[in-house]
Write a protein that binds this ligand. Structure first.
Ligand SMILES: Cc1ncc(C[n+]2csc(CCOP(=O)(O)OP(=O)(O)O)c2C)c(N)n1
Length: 281
């Protein structure tokens, strides 16, 4: 899809995506600063991954459910959760801070991939009750090696549950690169083995991620069953403030990805189409 998606996307959607991306990056910077001040225990930054975060939230209807991982605070906030409450767990509290039912956002999940079977269960139950609800579950590339990932995708396909799986392939599971995680040609290929569609998308192209997710959500809502989406992106910061990424990757790789920055990509498109000026209006 690439920038083709942005070229044909509705201008209002592009501006909304852009506004959320910019706010998201600022939020990441602020939360990281709070860890340095000792006011937040830990923060897994999604800088560089904002397009996936924001598109995930905006592809859903209000009645749908989001099942995030610990790195998905931006998606949680973009869905309407109070930005301070969204950080409760990361402050070291025992509870999640926000009411999951208010905005239909499950707690940020720290145990890898456990949110996936939960999403399938909710989606399946909604279908049995005749509720027109879709669940979107987010997971990292490392999380795809968990048994829960397998069980969730298998059951989702067997039951034709209205669920969308979004894998943010950001290159690493802490220090473990994708090449040591899987021998599959891509993570999207795994969908074939479960009997569901698999889609591969540029995870830094917000319009493309939004389009692919929206298609999958529509497909699920229409009774078409689950979809596995792999969004290829990059974790620009360290795993968390407790990690030193210079021990397992070089600056050159990080710099290369910064040239493919999600905010810069969308800014270029919006400016080119006269939809954004210097004042951000
Ligand atoms: C079940 C389980 N095993 C191990 C961990 C420790 N752990 C925390 S984050 C992480 C790496 C996850 O990488 P990935 O799924 O690619 O997501 P990312 O952090 O890159 O967003 C690991 C192994 C955990 N949280 N849960």
């Amino acid at each position: 899809l690439g920038t083709e998606a942005a070229a044909k996307a509705d201008p209002e959607l592009l501006r909304r995506l852009y506004a959320e991306l910019v706010k998201g990056r600022r939020y990441n910077a602020q939360a990281t600063a709070l860890t340095k001040q000792g006011r937040l225990a830990v923060y897994p930054s999604s800088t560089g991954q904002e397009a996936c975060e924001v598109a995930a939230a905006l592809a859903l209807e209000e009645r749908d459910w989001l099942f995030p991982s610990y790195r998905d605070t931006l998606a949680v906030v973009a869905r309407g959760v109070d930005p301070v409450e969204a950080l409760t767990l990361l402050r070291g509290d025992w509870h999640t801070g926000y009411d999951p039912y208010e905005h239909r956002v499950a707690p940020l999940s720290t145990p890898l991939a456990t949110q996936l079977p939960h999403a399938v269960g909710l989606a399946h139950a909604a279908r049995l009750k005749g509720d027109d609800v879709v669940a979107l579950a987010m997971v990292g590339d490392g999380g795809t090696s968990e048994g829960d990932f397998h069980e969730a995708l298998n059951f989702a396909a067997v039951w034709q549950a209205p669920v969308v799986f979004l894998v943010q392939n950001n290159g690493f599971a802490i220090s473990v690169p994708l090449a040591k995680q899987t021998a599959a040609p891509s993570l999207a290929h795994k969908a074939v083995g479960y009997g569901m569609p698999g889609r591969l998308v540029d995870g830094n192209d917000a319009a493309a991620v939004h389009e692919v997710l929206s298609d999958a959500v529509r497909h699920a809502r229409a009774g078409g069953g689950p979809t596995l989406i792999e969004a290829v992106t990059y974790r620009v910061e360290a795993h968390t403030n407790a990690d030193d990424a210079t021990r397992y990757r070089g600056d050159a790789e990080v710099e290369t990805w910064k040239q493919h920055d999600p905010i810069a990509l969308l800014e270029r498109e919006l400016t080119g189409r006269g939809l954004l000026d210097e004042a951000g209006a």
